[in-house]
Write a protein that binds this ligand. Structure first.
Ligand code: 3UK
Length: 518
């Protein structure tokens, strides 16, 4: 018997029912929800897998509101675990799979997760710190063929019952968290509610992308990012469309293959990838593609990339700004209102304003701080009261971005107001990179700034003062890059290193980063 859609009493709301069971109730159970590297899964099959996972978690003694850390690649197991946990009222916390063991240690501590689900290839990175957290961490589940003596996800699913009585959550219950990096290097857990997922689909994906059940979507941004989670799970599942998932790194070749083989109709990328694809020989010819729309977010899309992509594929790239705190895009270009080099206009349902130091709106064309208001804003940073107070101001949220609005209503990104860099769409704290450089025996001082390598995209650049007596070795620059890569997630390393006799400083000894940026 095919799995029946679960229901909840009036007044209750569970996001997973809206994304899974509703497709069954509306007759889309046999449509394909996910195609991953191993196979295809219908909405009925995925719903049953999520039900089984919810039952398995309850069988392991998990209770509502406990956290489940997800260190997972993009396969069908990701929505199975994420939505299965949500069905049980358990709070999934997906994290960046490129992080280091030190980062995972911090996240296990901050979240006090009771269960971790980890993809087998990532287990080795996580393993050294699991024991340390056994006061809070009760179970480790491995998604893959060999569980190395821990729980194996597929065994748990097999043994669990296929139907599940959904937790009677309400729209305002805590649903999931996503971590966002801060300039201090300690990530902040953005706490999101059950209502937020579908709201991003209703406000952005359905009206702006015009997503329907016949779309096949592919996101180069992974599901653990808020951008990827919306792109490849919430948006397609909100209408019964198909998501193509890929575990490997999004190289131009791997991306081009998915777009062509799966005949994707919506593609979601980040500027660095668009640049790499346009420069590569892997760019598929126009007649091999089925794309009708593409999106870009994470950092500003250089106008030139959009124009060249349009010439090459016939399809526009809609640049839009979103954030982990707002869950998805809140200012965006639209197919019928597009201006390359801008982020477009506020998405209806959101309000945005550009303010001066007094929190009063500035006029047309003046640069100020971007604030946004809307129904998908996270409720707080987990156990970070002071940072929450600084960021969430009643209905408004400080984004940390500088913006300017033109006379005719287009919004243009003008940089960050804090020190954070956006590198390939991901946050990098210059202080964290400086700290890593300073642990090298030859480094006396270091300052890291964002540098445009000529394509309009920012990457970290380091200025380093060496200790007296350091031998002038030609390979020192490569050694320092490797030294940073060994300590931090690889995307954070400085792409350029310049050696200086001293750093420019103010009279009080503060590094003058603006001088280094010039
Ligand atoms: C920057 C942009 C210029 C901006 C995200 C889409 O990037 C996302 O979330 P994060 O929390 O970073 C948020 C910050 O990234 N940014 C994002 N998009 C743009 N700057 N133009 C853009 N189009 O500084 C913003 O404050 O990592 C993107 C959907 C969901 C997301 N979480």
């Amino acid at each position: 018997m095919p799995v029946q859609p679960s229901t909840l009493p009036d007044g209750c709301y569970n996001a997973a029912l809206d994304l899974l069971d509703r497709n069954l109730a509306e007759g889309r159970g046999e449509r394909i929800a996910v195609i991953d590297d191993a196979g295809a899964y219908s909405y009925a099959a995925l719903t049953e897998r999520a039900n089984r996972f919810a039952n398995a978690l309850e069988g392991l003694g998990m209770h509502r509101e406990q956290r489940l850390l997800m260190v997972m690649q993009d396969t069908v197991d990701f929505p199975t675990v994420f939505l299965g946990a949500i069905k049980a009222g358990i709070v999934p916390v997906p994290v960046n799979t490129a992080l280091t063991v030190r980062d995972f240690d911090g996240l296990l501590g901050d979240s006090a997760a009771r269960v971790v689900v980890v993809s087998e290839p990532l287990l080795a990175t996580l393993a050294p710190v699991l024991e340390k957290h056994r006061g809070t961490l009760a179970h480790v589940i491995v998604a893959g063929s060999d569980a190395h003596g821990l729980h194996r996800l597929n065994d748990l699913l097999e043994r669990a019952a296929p139907t599940h009585a959904v937790a009677p959550t309400v729209a305002d219950d805590i649903c999931f968290w996503l971590y966002s990096s801060g300039s201090t290097g300690t990530p902040k857990g953005a706490v999101h509610l059950h209502s937020h997922l579908m709201q991003t689909a209703r406000l952005y994906a359905q009206p702006i992308l015009g997503i329907t059940e016949s779309d096949v979507v592919f996101s180069a941004a992974k599901l653990f990012f808020a951008y990827g989670l919306g792109n490849a799970m919430t948006f397609p599942f909100s209408v019964g469309a198909t998501a193509v998932l890929m575990a490997e790194r999004p190289t131009p070749a791997a991306v081009a293959r998915r777009l062509v083989e799966r005949q994707a109709t919506i593609f979601y990328g980040v500027p660095t990838l668009y640049g790499a694809m346009l420069a590569s020989s892997e760019m598929p010819p126009r007649d091999k593609l089925a794309l009708r729309i593409a999106t870009s977010a994470g950092e500003a899309l250089p106008a030139d990339f959009g124009e060249r992509w349009k010439r090459a594929t016939g399809c526009d790239i809609l640049d839009g700004i979103g954030s982990t705190e707002m869950l998805h895009i809140f200012i965006s270009n639209r197919p019928d209102a597009l201006r390359y080099g801008t982020s477009g206009q506020p998405v209806p349902g959101y309000e945005a304003r550009v303010v001066g130091d007094n929190d009063e709106p500035v006029g047309v064309d003046a640069i100020g701080d971007l604030q946004v208001s809307g129904p998908t804003a996270c409720i707080m940073y987990w156990r970070k009261r002071e940072q929450s107070r600084q960021t969430f101001l009643g209905p408004w949220l400080r984004t940390g971005d500088k913006y300017r609005v033109s006379e005719d209503g287009y919004w243009t990104y003008c940089g960050r107001s804090d020190d954070m860099l956006k590198v390939s769409g991901q946050y990098v704290s210059p202080f964290e990179v400086e700290g890593a450089l300073l642990t090298h025996e030859s480094v006396l001082e270091a300052a890291v700034v964002g540098h445009d390598g000529g394509d309009g995209l920012i990457k970290p650049k380091a200025f380093v003062v060496l200790k007296d007596g350091t031998p002038a070795r030609p390979d020192l620059s490569d050694t320092l890059k490797a030294h940073v890569k060994a300590q931090l997630a690889p995307f954070k390393y400085p792409r350029w290193i310049e050696f200086l006799p001293e750093l420019p400083k103010t009279a009080t000894g503060k590094i003058q980063r603006f001088k280094l940026r010039q």
